[in-house]
Design a protein around this ligand. Structure first.
Ligand SMILES: *Cc1c(COP(=O)(O)O)cnc(C)c1O
Length: 387
């Protein structure tokens, strides 16, 4: 079948990026490949296999269903679920041998009770909030000037650690600003985390693995690597942000978003384009209608604003982006026929339209653009076998 829109996914690039992660971390630091949200849109099964073949020790996803589909594809590496799993699904955690994040003593107690009833123990990682302000046992002291943390949290962890239905495999925290060139907030979070871990040790609570580093911290905060790193975005060849020190690694973007021209039209000046007739051609030109729209993950905000690559040239999007179609102006180009390939972002031969540029034009981040491309866009893997 000839696709009218598709994603080219370069698994060699994923393999290369995984080896880059390995080159940054000590041999005794584990590497958890974050493949949540369908591996940031790249395809979780193929990416997971490639990562595991190139240095990753284990995987992480956001939700139970994501973990189950990896297991159903035959992936046997340890998998951590970052988000919540409902109590009724505790048997599935056991059945599929998954690791669950716990961050609340009451929920942990209920999971444990269920596990004991089932005659099993649920492998768990405790999540603590050291300043991200999202998920995790809150360790932040009420008195902001205090250098340490709220000690009642130690009691909660001790309780969770003693639960008979849980097997505590690790403890982690997440950074809010690891990509900030000013690392002080991240180091404060790291120190709070480590201080806390040390105090747990004093109480003879030994947590096997401590982990904190996302991609930005993996790239340029070596002291945050601890027992394990959890990179996501860098596996896909994207730098977390332009702000951290990116000279330490060489990443290769793995995704290219492609579509085809389905109609070419020569039009006069004054020709109105797409819904709302918001664009009028200022001069005679040639327009190409493409098989790509906002239901393919091409944001509507790029109406009369975005551009795409065709034959190495940037062609502007004219008029509104529709659900399944978009129009570009190919005025300067000769001999373009329906069926011709257009690159929405990524590489086209030697030319590149970086996804970061698309994200900037939408006032968002590349994470959102790549992870929002829906399942109706087929992923084509190169090479076809995992690397
Ligand atoms: C998504 C996520 C990561 C990976 O973050 P990147 O910035 O993509 O490297 C790591 N840890 C947690 C808890 C996450 O939710």
């Amino acid at each position: 079948m000839q696709h009218q829109i598709w994603l080219d996914i370069d698994l060699r690039a994923i393999a290369h990026n995984c080896r880059q992660v390995k080159s940054l971390i000590p041999d005794d630091t584990s590497f958890m490949a974050v493949v949540k949200a369908n591996a940031y849109g790249h395809g979780d099964i193929q990416v997971a296999r490639t990562a595991l073949n190139n240095g990753a020790d284990c995987l992480a996803v956001a939700r139970l269903q994501e973990a189950i589909s990896l297991r159903q594809a035959g992936i046997r590496a340890p998998i951590l679920i970052f988000g919540q799993t409902s109590l009724e699904d505790v048997p599935k955690l056991a059945e599929y041998d998954l690791m669950q994040t716990v961050y609340d003593p009451d929920i942990a107690y209920k999971i444990s009770k269920k596990a004991v009833y089932l005659g099993t123990r649920i492998k768990s990682h405790i999540k603590i909030d050291t300043g991200m302000g999202r998920l995790g046992l809150n360790t932040l002291p009420e008195d902001k000037s205090s250098q340490t943390y709220d000690h009642t949290v130690l009691e909660s962890i001790a309780k969770i650690d003693s639960l008979p239905g849980l097997e505590i495999k690790g403890m982690f925290t997440h950074f809010a600003q690891a990509d900030n060139p000013d690392k002080s907030y991240t180091l404060e979070q790291l120190h709070r985390f480590l201080h806390f871990a040390t105090d747990l040790k004093f109480r003879e609570i030994n947590i096997p693995v401590l982990h904190a580093a996302n991609s930005a911290a993996t790239i340029d905060i070596p002291e945050s690597h601890l027992g394990m790193v959890r990179p996501g975005i860098m596996l896909y060849g994207l730098y977390p942000s332009p702000h951290q020190n990116n000279t330490l690694i060489d990443l290769k973007p793995a995704m290219a978003f492609k579509t085809r021209i389905i109609q070419v039209k020569d039009v006069p000046a004054g020709f109105k384009v797409s819904y709302g007739s918001t664009y009028t051609t200022p001069a005679p030109t040639r327009l190409a209608t493409l098989s790509a729209g906002y239901a393919d993950g091409y944001p509507r905000i790029l109406s009369s604003r975005g551009c795409m690559l065709i034959r190495g040239c940037r062609a502007p999007v004219v008029g509104r982006v529709c659900m399944d179609q978009t129009v570009i102006d190919i005025g300067g180009l000769q001999g373009i026929q329906p069926g011709e390939e257009v690159t929405i972002f990524g590489k086209q031969g030697e030319d590149l339209l970086p996804v970061e540029e698309i994200a900037d034009a939408c006032s968002t981040i590349h994470y959102e653009i790549v992870s929002s491309i829906p399942g109706r866009v087929p992923r084509i893997y190169h090479p076809h076998e995992e690397q």
